[in-house]
Design a binder for this molecule. Structure first.
Ligand code: 6OG
Length: 158
């Protein structure tokens, strides 16, 4: 039996670039990733996505501009936690991303994404996001560097 916790993960994107943040503390420290975190009790997933993006890089996004593009499940050998991560993309937002205590933001061209300094799963599902395909993936890790097995599929709808 797994203890499931829901998380958000938001990527700001335009035609040529994607915004990543270097995580400065906590889970995934020193890795580049999208912006997000745990959905709190009595909070909708969308509201959590908006809150975390604002907290982590001071950008405001409207509900209607957040597209749910993917769903990822992560489990770790010997751990009962199942991280249920809802992935969003937005191209309309207000403000300029700035560094916070949690994240240092940086725009990357799609051909210069720093996969060597990201979660290993990203290399596998990013191509779906870049090609605007909806996706569902499950990744089982040993430690934080090794994927023991995974499944990934394109979805027709979320
Ligand atoms: P906080 O603990 O900072 O939320 N996250 C992952 N993202 C990717 N790309 N791969 C993983 O592989 C991940 N595991 C967790 C979800 C953690 C943030 O990190 C994401 C959240 O946005 C294992 O509150």
């Amino acid at each position: 039996m797994f203890l499931k916790k829901v998380y958000t993960l938001v990527f700001l994107r335009n035609e040529t670039q994607i915004l990543l943040g270097l995580k400065k503390r906590g889970f995934g420290v020193n890795k580049w990733n999208g912006f997000g975190g745990k959905v709190e009790q009595n909070e909708t997933i969308i509201d959590a996505a908006i809150r975390e993006l604002k907290e982590e890089c001071c950008v405001v996004v409207n509900k209607c501009d957040l597209k749910n593009i993917g769903h990822l499940e992560f489990t770790f050998e010997g751990d009962s936690l199942l991280m249920d991560v809802r992935v969003f993309s937005a191209s309309n937002y207000q403000g300029v991303p700035v560094e916070t205590e949690e994240m240092a933001p940086k725009w990357y061209g799609y051909d210069e994404v720093p996969f060597d300094n990201m979660w290993p799963d990203d290399r596998i599902w990013f191509p779906y996001m870049v090609k605007n395909k909806l996706f569902f993936g499950k990744f089982h890790y040993k430690g934080f560097d090794t994927i023991l097995n995974y499944e990934l599929q394109e979805l027709k709808s979320m």
